[in-house]
Design a protein around this ligand. Structure first.
Ligand SMILES: *[C@@H]1O[C@H](CO)[C@@H](O)[C@H](O)[C@H]1NC(C)=O
Ligand SMILES: *[C@@H]1O[C@H](CO)[C@@H](O)[C@H](O)[C@H]1NC(C)=O
Ligand SMILES: *[C@@H]1O[C@H](CO)[C@@H](O)[C@H](O)[C@H]1NC(C)=O
Ligand SMILES: *[C@@H]1O[C@H](CO)[C@@H](O)[C@H](O)[C@H]1NC(C)=O
Ligand SMILES: *[C@@H]1O[C@H](CO)[C@@H](O)[C@H](O)[C@H]1NC(C)=O
Ligand SMILES: *[C@@H]1O[C@H](CO)[C@@H](O)[C@H](O)[C@H]1NC(C)=O
Length: 421
C-alpha cells in the first residue's frame, strides 16, 4: 500500500517537472524572439546571453556590418568572403574570439583587425590567403594570443607575405601559433624571432625536410613544438643543436619518414640521451629500409644502422675511397673495351701488317745471318771478292751493318732482300 502511494507521488512529481521544463522552454523562446530578432544580421544566430554570434555557411560575401556590439565570440565560417578590409570589424570592440575559417578568404588588408582591441584569438584556418599585407595583423596594444593559420597559405609567396606580417604585426604577446597543413618545405632562419612570447608552435602536416641553425631562433619560451607528419628523414648535427635549445619544451617528432642508415646514428643517440623531451619518441620510427620499418629510432645501435661500430667519419672516408677505386676501375675497363673494339674492327688490316712485318723481319734476319756466315769464313770472303754477287753485297754494306741494332720494323732495303733470293 505504502509502495503504491509512493509510486503515485513519483509519477505526479515527474509530470510536474515535465510541465516546468516545457514552461521554461516556451519562456526562453519568447525571451529570445523579443530580444534577438532586433539586431541580428540575416542568416546569423545571435546569443546575447553568451555574447556569441554565429554566421555559419550562409553564403555571406562580406562581413555583415550590423553585428551587435556586445559580441565577444564571433564565428563566421563556411562563407564566400574573398577579402578582409581595414573597416570590416568596425564597432566590435568587445570581440575576443574571432573564427573566420573556411571562408575562401584570399586577401587580408593592412589593419584588418585593428578595431578589435580586445582580440585574443584569431582563426583564419582553411582559407586561401594569397595576399597578406605587411600590417595585416597589427592591433594596437598587441592583444593577440592565439593565431590559427592552419591550411590557409595559398602558395610560397603567401609564406613570404606571412613572414613580413609576423615581423610588422606587433605580435609580442602571441602564445600559440598554428601553421599546420601549409605544405611548408623550408622555414627561413629567424622567421619566429618576432614572437618572443610564443609557447606553442604547431608545424605538423607540412613538408619540412630540415632544421637549420636559426630556424627557431628567438623562441625562448617555447613549451611545445609539433613537427609531426612532415618529411624529415633524419636530423643533422646542426638541426639537433637547434632543437637542443628546447630543454624545457615537449617536442613531437613522430610520423616522419625516417631513413635509418648510418647517417641517423647521431639522431638515434640524441633521442636516447638528450635532455630534450620528445613526447612521442615511441612514434619516431624508421620508414626505410624495409627491414627496419617501424623500428624505434632511439633503440637502434650503430651496428643495426650499418655503421659496424666504426666512427662515422672513418666510415665515410672509406666509402669515398672505395667509390674512387670503383670509378677508376670503371674508367680503365671502358678504355680497355674501346681498345679491344678498335682492334676487332681493324683485325684484317692488323693481321696483314703483322704478316708483312713478320716476313720483313724474317728476310732481314736471313740476310744478316747470310752475311755473318760469309764474313766469318775467310775462304768465302776471299772467293767472293771476285764474285759479281759479292760485289753487289759490298755496296750494301752500310745497310747491313746497321740492321742488328735496329728493330725489324725498319723498312728493309730492296737490295738486301735480293741477296737472299
Ligand atoms: C563590452 O564589454 C563591456 C564589459 O565587458 C561592457 O561594459 C560593454 O557594455 C560592452 N559593449 C557593448 C557594446 O556591449
Ligand atoms: C586550428 O584550426 C584547425 C582547423 O580549423 C583545427 O583543427 C586546429 O585544432 C586549430 N588549432 C589550434 C591550435 O587550435
Ligand atoms: C602565388 O599566387 C599568386 C596569386 O595567384 C601569384 O601571383 C604568385 O605568383 C604565386 N606565387 C608562386 C610562387 O607561385
Ligand atoms: C594536411 O594538410 C593538407 C593541406 O596541406 C590538408 O588538406 C589536410 O586536410 C591536412 N590533414 C590533416 C589530417 O589535417
Ligand atoms: C648559428 O648562428 C649564429 C648566428 O646566427 C652563429 O653565431 C653561430 O655560430 C651559428 N652556429 C653554428 C653551429 O653554425
Ligand atoms: C641509451 O643510453 C644508455 C645510457 O644512457 C645506454 O646504456 C644504451 O646503450 C643506449 N642505447 C642505445 C640504443 O644507444
Amino acid at each position: 500500500m505504502i509502495l503504491y502511494v509512493n509510486r503515485i507521488r513519483v509519477a505526479q512529481s515527474k509530470v510536474a517537472t515535465h510541465r516546468m521544463q516545457r514552461l521554461v522552454v516556451v519562456f526562453c523562446a519568447l525571451f529570445c524572439v523579443s530580444t534577438c530578432s532586433g539586431d541580428c544580421p540575416s542568416g546569423c544566430e545571435c546569443f546575447e546571453a553568451s555574447w556569441t554570434v554565429k554566421c555559419i555557411s550562409t553564403s555571406l560575401r562580406e562581413i555583415p556590418s550590423d553585428i551587435p556590439g556586445y559580441t565577444s565570440n564571433l564565428f563566421i565560417t563556411g562563407n564566400e568572403i574573398r577579402r578582409l578590409n581595414y573597416n570590416s570589424f568596425d564597432g566590435l570592440k568587445n570581440v575576443t574570439n574571432l573564427v573566420l575559417s573556411y571562408n575562401g578568404i584570399k586577401e587580408v588588408a593592412s589593419h584588418s583587425f585593428s578595431s578589435l582591441t580586445m582580440l585574443r584569438s584569431l582563426d583564419l584556418s582553411g582559407n586561401q590567403l594569397s595576399l597578406i599585407h605587411p600590417e595585416a595583423f597589427s592591433i594596437s596594444g598587441s592583444p593577440l594570443q592565439e593565431l590559427n593559420l592552419s591550411s590557409c597559405l595559398y602558395n610560397h609567396t603567401s609564406l613570404t607575405d606571412l613572414i613580413t606580417a609576423l615581423r610588422w604585426g606587433g605580435l609580442g604577446s602571441l602564445l600559440r601559433l598554428d601553421l599546420a597543413g601549409n605544405r611548408l618545405v623550408l622555414l627561413p632562419p629567424g622567421m619566429f624571432s618576432p614572437l618572443p612570447s610564443l609557447q606553442r608552435l604547431f608545424l605538423g602536416n607540412n613538408s619540412l625536410v630540415a632544421v637549420y641553425n636559426g630556424t627557431f631562433s628567438g623562441l625562448e619560451r617555447l613549451v611545445r613544438l609539433d613537427l609531426t607528419r612532415n618529411a624529415f628523414r633524419t636530423f643533422s648535427a646542426e638541426g639537433l643543436r637547434e632543437l637542443e635549445r628546447f630543454e624545457r619544451a615537449r617536442l613531437l617528432l613522430g610520423e616522419n619518414p625516417y631513413a635509418c642508415s648510418c647517417e641517423t646514428e647521431e639522431f638515434a643517440d640524441w633521442l636516447n640521451s638528450s635532455r630534450v623531451q620528445v613526447g612521442d619518441s615511441e612514434r619516431v620510427t624508421c620508414f626505410s629500409p624495409p627491414e627496419l620499418r617501424n623500428a624505434a629510432v632511439r633503440a637502434l645501435t650503430a651496428q643495426a644502422l650499418g655503421c659496424y661500430g666504426k666512427p662515422k667519419e672513418e666510415g665515410v672516408a672509406d666509402l669515398t675511397l672505395q667509390t674512387s677505386y670503383v670509378f677508376l676501375g670503371l674508367v680503365l675497363g671502358f678504355v680497355g673495351m674501346v681498345f679491344l673494339l678498335v682492334v676487332y674492327l681493324n683485325r684484317h688490316g692488323i693481321k696483314k701488317r703483322v704478316t708483312d712485318t713478320h716476313r720483313a723481319c724474317q728476310d732481314v734476319l736471313d740476310a744478316y745471318q747470310y752475311r755473318y756466315e760469309i764474313d766469318s769464313d775467310p775462304r768465302l770472303r776471299h772467293i767472293s771478292t771476285n764474285n759479281h754477287q759479292q760485289h753487289h753485297r759490298h755496296t750494301a754494306e752500310p745497310h747491313t751493318g746497321r740492321i742488328p741494332s735496329d728493330t725489324c720494323i725498319t723498312p728493309v732495303p730492296a737490295d738486301i732482300t735480293d741477296i737472299t733470293l
